[in-house]
Design a protein around this ligand. Structure first.
Ligand code: NAD
Length: 475
């Protein structure tokens, strides 16, 4: 058992104020892999007081000093990357090799990248007779989800620390162990006491206490649109700055001149990454009516290539979902898709064969002839379920892509690069991949519409944690 029984507050490991705990399940087996304390308002208040106490001194450190510490954190995570990959493969269910590359790899790269960006960043600028300086926002409350747990934490903690903010982190209760490893790494790196604090607990208890706390200047949240709405309401009471990275229902628009095989393959991979538990998952595949039959055949064939199994096994391409709640939710949507009249081309709601008992496994599923008004096309399923939607012409494809309450991501495929870019510009989403363009850790990441507001990653993510201040100078 991996149980933890203390919070990291004010540079020390501190016993919780209460005795409640939360079970953490191994996604591959369903077994309890450990427990973490269920913090409440008292624990959060102690962490906020520590962060507030550390703020003035930390905000005045030289950027070069902060950059040095961020590099140490990156190195500390690197030294523990195998442990982190295995931990997250078990907490979340992502196949181990991929978890090593993405779940452990991205945080290492992002801490190092923020050290580099910080060394290059200019904290002041002359505008007429004003000197415009960038001040850290203050005490940041970071609330994060379970799907890319350490990556989502890093996209908040690294730029917040770089900016000169102090942080209270409330990680997901579903996959919290990786956050304890980060806290240990931060402790070993020698950050001043109180600059980074960790409290675990439920969203409705520790999470809401953090959002409501008057001494917290900003909440940076990644998670569901449902929780994002509640957080906005609560934060409004103290006029806090709020950054929201929420859900998505992203469209992959395959134009009629695209390399169909490559586009379908890219879309299916983009949909099934992390068993579909990716906020930018390409869950709606839009194809022309003429190409629909071939696209449907290719997608069903691609889905069958995703071997479902134990995340620690070499042969696994699709790990389990993360939790029992996720399993029920995704199976529910698969049944709903069938009831709504979509055509099941691959997968289905039954358990896959040959998988370890007790784990949260689901079949890679493809629905054809989906109408964009169906709930499987409108709602975020957060599982390996692809909906193929036929369109009439380019204008119709753009209309369908934008007919969503979400606007997080998208993709466009065409042999004509100029055409692909033209269509990509018309998609109302924060990030659109053109012909499978590679992930860029320095590009801004975030949503339009109900996918949230604010941007993470690169210099855009650093600016989230800064205020403008102008000094009107005489001469
Ligand atoms: P969730 O909203 O249930 O929980 C996210 C975090 O918020 C957890 O730490 C939880 O404890 C906390 N929380 C929940 N209710 C809260 C409340 N009322 N007050 C304060 N905190 C609260 O989401 P989840 O199930 O962990 O994650 C899945 C969701 O996250 C999906 O909708 C996914 O699209 C989204 N997501 C978005 C991005 C992005 O960058 N846009 C990235 C990853 C995940």
């Amino acid at each position: 058992m991996l149980s933890r029984d203390k919070f990291f507050i004010g540079g020390r490991w501190v016993a919780p104020s209460g005795s409640g705990s939360i079970d953490v399940h191994n996604a591959g087996t369903g077994e309890v892999m450990g427990r973490v304390p269920a913090g409440g308002a008292k624990d959060v208040a102690a962490a906020v007081a520590a962060a507030r106490g550390a703020f003035t001194a930390w905000s005045q450190t030289e950027p070069a000093k902060r950059a040095e510490l961020l590099e140490k954190i990156s190195a500390g995570l690197k030294a523990r990357s195998d442990e982190l990959a295995k931990l997250i493969a078990q907490e979340v269910g992502m196949p181990l090799k991929m978890a090593g590359r993405i779940q452990a790899g991205l945080p290492i790269a992002n801490f190092a990248n923020y050290a580099k960006l910080l060394r290059e960043f200019s904290f002041e600028q002359k505008v007429g007779n004003s000197l415009v300086v960038r001040d850290p926002v203050g005490v940041v409350g970071a609330i994060t989800p379970w799907n890319y747990p350490l990556h989502q934490i890093t996209l908040k903690v690294a730029p917040a620390l770089a900016a000169g903010c102090t942080v209270v982190l409330k990680p997901s209760e579903v996959a919290p162990f990786n956050a304890f490893v980060l806290a240990e790494v931060i402790e070993a790196a020698g950050l001043p006491a109180g600059v980074f604090n960790l409290v675990t607990g439920l969203g409705t208890a520790a999470g809401e206490a953090l959002v409501a706390h008057p001494d917290v200047d900003m909440i940076s949240f990644t998670g569901s649109t449902r929780a994002g709405k509640r957080i906005s309401e609560l934060a409004a009471q103290s006029v806090k700055r709020v950054a929201l990275e929420l859900g998505g229902k992203s469209a992959s628009v395959i134009l009629d001149d695209a390399d169909l095989a490559a586009a379908v393959k890219g879309t299916v991979n983009g949909c099934y990454l992390n068993s579909g538990q990716t906020c930018t998952a390409l869950t709606r595949m839009l194809v022309s009516e003429a190409q629909y039959p071939e696209a449907a055949r290719l997608a069903a064939e691609a889905a069958k290539g995703f071997t479902v199994g134990d995340p620690l096994a070499e042969t696994t391409r699709l790990g389990p979902l993360t939790s029992q709640a996720q399993l029920e939710r995704v199976r529910g949507y698969i049944k709903k898709g069938q009831q709504e009249g979509a055509e099941l081309l691959a997968g289905g709601a039954e358990s896959p064969e040959g998988v370890p008992a007790g784990g949260y496994y689901v079949r890679p599923t493809v629905f054809g002839k989906v109408k964009n008004s169906m709930s499987i096309a409108q709602e975020e399923i957060f599982g390996p379920v692809l909906s193929i939607i036929p369109y009439k012409d380019e204008e119709d494809a753009i209309r369908i892509a934008n007919d969503s309450p979400y606007g997080l991501a998208g993709a466009v495929w065409s042999k004509d690069e100029a055409r692909a870019q033209r269509v990509a510009r018309r998609i109302r989403a924060g990030q659109v991949d053109v012909n499978g363009g590679a992930f860029n850790m320095n590009a801004p990441f975030g949503g339009f519409k109900q996918s949230g507001h604010g941007r993470e990653a690169g210099v855009f993510g650093l600016e989230e944690f800064l205020e403008y201040k102008s000094l009107q100078l005489k001469g």
